[in-house]
Ligand binder design. Structure first.
Ligand SMILES: Nc1ncnc2c1ncn2[C@@H]1O[C@H](COP(=O)(O)OP(=O)(O)OP(=O)(O)O)[C@@H](O)[C@H]1O
Length: 348
């Protein structure tokens, strides 16, 4: 068996090219249109594999393969793709943790890798799978440390904390050590910590992972308010597509390091949508409905049957034939779920 080991988080031998250097466009790069600006970005990792008892061979993995997209200031965009698509690698480059192999990158006019200390004041990052809070400290003390780290003026700190505490309902939790918080409470605590220094950009990596329905709704409501009232630019990575449906009008989809789609959520559904489904409830169980032009029965379950038909066709003739020829009790029309649309895109 061969093992694969990452060589740290280092770029490949070619290193970053000159295009990732100092920003010559200056303030213009901070323009609202290209607030986050990603051009032909690539990231190649060198991975050493054991190929014999003592031998190791180096291979390259192109985690991000020439993607380009731009976010306007104040946009809230979903960044999605299957496991291993290159999302985290892209976010790490956007936060200055990783250096690009080639390409050009600007966040709020700043080159993330070259000017990391400038950038940290402009961005907030929340990882759903791990906390940035101090495990043994109450939330209140963690926040006091964040204030010192970022040198946040007291009045601004108090104001930002009060807003988050109110909107995220953290009032009763401020004196509880982080280790005693539930996942949902901890997540709200983490989001607050990421916002105390007033970042212009918020990166959220799986912010609702493992949360129950109520906690999810609370986090989503908060993000909507944050975006609407403060104009914070949000890039959201998630496998929970209902997050995207609730929060983002625009989605960027990547797969195998390449950009697959960049546009409206509606357009994504349109692009992948081949069929709609009529869910038909009959009075009693029957053999699969057949012989209706343009429709085919794709599933039956007792007296309920699912009929797929071309998305572009009208459902009306189908509905009138069903009503005339079958003991119809009820029916409903289903648009394709975005999970299916994306699965079809990945599959294609
Ligand atoms: N440090 C590293 N060294 C070598 N390969 C890496 C490294 N980090 C990521 N990769 C590889 O790069 C590709 C993209 O990984 P990445 O973590 O960016 O994907 P992702 O879209 O965030 O996936 P997930 O949804 O599972 O978190 C994968 O093939 C991964 O194995």
């Amino acid at each position: 068996m061969s093992d694969a080991r990452a060589v740290g988080d280092e770029e490949d031998a070619s290193g970053p090219d000159g295009a990732c250097g100092v920003d010559t466009a200056g303030a213009a790069a901070d323009a609202d249109a290209g607030f986050i600006d990603v051009r032909e970005l690539t990231k190649t990792f060198t991975v050493r594999r054991r190929s014999g008892l003592l031998r190791r061979t180096a291979t390259s993995v192109r985690a991000v393969d020439g993607i380009s997209f731009a976010l306007r200031r104040g946009e809230m965009v979903g960044f999605i793709g299957p496991n291993g698509a290159g999302k985290s690698t892209t976010i790490k480059m956007l936060t200055g943790i990783l250096t690009p192999s080639t390409g050009r990158l600007r966040v709020a006019g700043v080159d993330p890798w070259q000017e990391r200390t400038r950038l940290v004041r402009r961005i907030g990052v929340v990882f759903g799978q791990r906390t940035t809070l101090w495990w043994d400290l109450p939330l209140r003390d963690s926040y006091a440390l964040v204030r010192r780290m970022y040198r946040i003026p007291r009045a601004r700190f108090e104001e930002n904390l009060a807003r988050c505490v109110e909107l995220l309902e953290l009032g009763d939790l401020l004196d509880v050590p982080v280790r005693q918080l539930s996942l949902g409470q901890r997540m709200r605590g983490d989001i607050t910590a990421a916002l105390l220094h007033d970042p212009d950009v918020l990166y959220l990596d799986e912010p609702t992972i493992g949360l129950d329905v109520v906690s999810k709704a609370r986090v989503r409501r908060f993000l909507t308010t944050l975006n609407a009232e403060l104009g914070t630019t949000v890039l959201l990575t998630t496998h929970d597509l209902s997050d995207i449906e609730h929060l983002c009008e625009r989605v960027v989809v990547i797969d195998q390091g390449r950009l697959l789609y960049d546009g409206s959520l509606g357009g994504l559904q349109e692009a992948g949508r081949g069929e709609r489904t009529l869910v038909v409830d009959l009075e009693y169980e029957m053999p699969p409905i057949a012989g209706l032009e343009g429709a085919r029965t794709v599933r039956t379950e007792g007296p309920r049957q699912w009929l797929a038909f071309p998305a572009a066709a009208s459902a009306a003739p189908l509905v009138s034939r069903l009503a005339a020829e079958y003991p119809l009790v009820d029916l409903s029309l289903r648009e394709p779920a975005i999970e299916d649309v994306i699965a079809r895109m990945y599959g294609g």
